[in-house]
Each structure stands twice: as C-alpha cells, then as structure tokens.
Design a protein around this ligand. Structure first.
Ligand code: 5RP
Length: 291
C-alpha cells in the first residue's frame, strides 16, 4: 500500500501542450487493438517499417527437406539475424531456445503433406498459440484450389480467435502446380486474405508486383519460393520492396544458400537499408570469404 501521508500535490499539467495522438506505422493497422500493434511492432521494425522473417516451417508438409535435416545446426545460428521466426510448434518446442527473444510467426494451420493433397487443413487451439507466446498466426489460404473454402474458413477462425487475445494473423497464399503465379491471381489471393481479416499477407513475387502490393490493404511479406542463385534472390527481394512489399518471409533462399549466415545479412541490407542487389551481393561474398 502506498504511503498516503504527505502526498505531493500534482501541479505539472502542461495544459498548453496538446497530447500527441500518433498513427501506427503499418499500412491498414491503425485501428487495431494495442496488443496487436505491439506484436506487429516486434515483427516489423518501427524504424524501417519492414521485416526479415526467417521461414523454416517446411517440415510440416515436406519432412526433413534440404537445409532443414538438422535444424539445430543450420537454423539456430541464423535466428539472431532474423526479425521474426516462422516455424511449427514442434520446431519451437524442440529446438528454439525460449531465450532467443524473437517474435514467432506460428504455423497455425496443418492437415496434409506433399504425399497426398495439400491444403486440406484445420487450425490448432488458440490456447496453444497463447502458451507459445505467438506473435502471428500463419494460416495457408488456397484461393481457387480444391480446399479453398476450408482454408478461408481456417483464416477467419484464426482471425476470430487471435482477435480475442490480440494476436494478428498472417494469410499465406498457397500456389499449387495448377495455379498461375501472376499479378491477377496473386492480387486476388492477397486481397481475399486481407478482406477476410488477415493482418499481414505472405505472397510470391511476380511481374507487375506493384499491382499485388497496392491492392492489398495490409502489409505484404514476400515468400522466397524455390532456391535461386543468391544475386537473383537479392534482386527479387529488392524489387518486391521497391514495389510495395513490407519485407520478406524467406526460407530456402536463405537456409539453402551457399552461406546462409552471409545470405540473411545480405537480405537484411536489402530490406532494411535499401542496399542495391549488387551491393548486397558484394556484402554476401565478403562475409562468405571472411570465414
Ligand atoms: C508455404 C510456406 C512455407 O512453408 C515456407 O514458409 C516457404 O518459404 P520459402 O518459399 O521461402 O522456402 O509458407 O507457402
């Protein structure tokens, strides 16, 4: 109980100074609740407005894919360079030290693997996400696919549940073998995610990417996709940011790179410092050759 004797009289009202009402730095996020904004501000740098998310959730559909055979050896050394990690609850509990101090984009939908049909998924309990202190719920959304309705319902469920606890949702646009990766399709898929409540959208790069970014009312993070030569991956990241992306959520182009630690630093240079791809590639080679 505070000492209530001799309470100092309040006098510093500063009535002539108007209280600032600041807007929130992320696109489309100003009306969100405090907890959501706090989580988003841990993922996206309030200084650059962008993020480098490290994705290593591939095992949930692919098993031990190249670069992820021993995540303790390949992924843990990368975590310090990421603004946010995207992974499954299994990877989080078994490998990631809770002292890592990074916000988690938790793989929140699951249900099938590459051996059957992808995207026939459900979402997990919200209490599990709360227990794991998730900062983002990552849900696959297969617009135009066989499981379109299932995945959109998963997204809306995640948004409803996450909203109860102040946890934002990431809509991950799925691309199947039979789905076009063009601006028309990706802008529709991204918009469907946002209109159904996703607070952030993860999608792929394509020609006329600015059409995808400008018609999506929430921040877009770029999915890396299949492994490219390092300079090409840096160029793709640069162009995506240039055309309106708010960062990257990259997996294979980082952990399958010739030197993953050098690559994630080069990606950071592109995303946060707006370094040109050639300069970032120089940095990649310098860091690589230092070893
Ligand atoms: C699928 C996913 C992933 O499993 C993963 O995050 C993809 O990362 P990348 O394509 O950069 O390897 O989100 O869409």
């Amino acid at each position: 109980m505070p000492d209530i004797d001799e309470i100092k009289e309040a006098s510093q009202y500063n009535a002539q100074i108007a209280q600032k009402t600041e807007g929130f730095f992320l696109k489309g996020s100003n009306s969100l609740e405090w907890g959501m904004k706090d989580r988003l501000a841990r993922i996206f740098s309030p200084v650059s407005g962008r993020t480098v998310m490290l994705a290593f959730d591939h095992g949930y559909i692919m098993g031990p894919t190249s670069g992820l055979e021993r995540m303790d050896l390949t992924i843990l050394p990368l975590i310090e360079y990421a603004d946010c990690i995207m992974c499954t609850r299994g990877a989080l509990r078994t490998l990631v030290p809770p002292t890592a101090g990074k916000p988690v984009s938790l793989r929140y939908s699951a249900g099938s693997t590459v051996l059957t049909e992808l995207n026939d998924e459900c979402v997990m309990d919200i209490e599990e996400a709360v227990r794991l202190n998730a900062s983002l719920l990552a849900v696959m959304v297969a617009v135009g696919g066989k499981f379109e309705a299932v995945t959109i319902r998963n997204l809306t469920r995640a948004v409803d549940m996450g909203t109860r606890y102040g946890i934002p949702t990431l809509g991950v646009t799925a691309v199947g073998k039979d789905m076009a990766r063009d601006a028309r399709y990706l802008s529709m898929a991204s918009r469907v995610c946002a209109e159904n409540g996703a607070h952030v959208v993860k999608t792929y790069f394509c020609e006329n990417f600015e059409q995808v970014a400008s018609t999506c009312p929430v921040p877009i993070v770029l999915a890396g996709g299949k492994k490219l030569p390092e300079l090409d991956a840096l160029t793709m990241a640069y162009q995506a940011i240039d055309q309106g992306a708010s960062g990257v959520d990259m997996g294979r182009n980082i952990f399958q790179a010739g030197d993953p630690i050098a690559m994630i630093q080069a990606v950071r240079a592109v995303v946060h410092d707006r370094e040109k791809p050639e300069k970032a590639y120089e940095l990649y080679n310098t860091l690589k050759n230092e070893k």
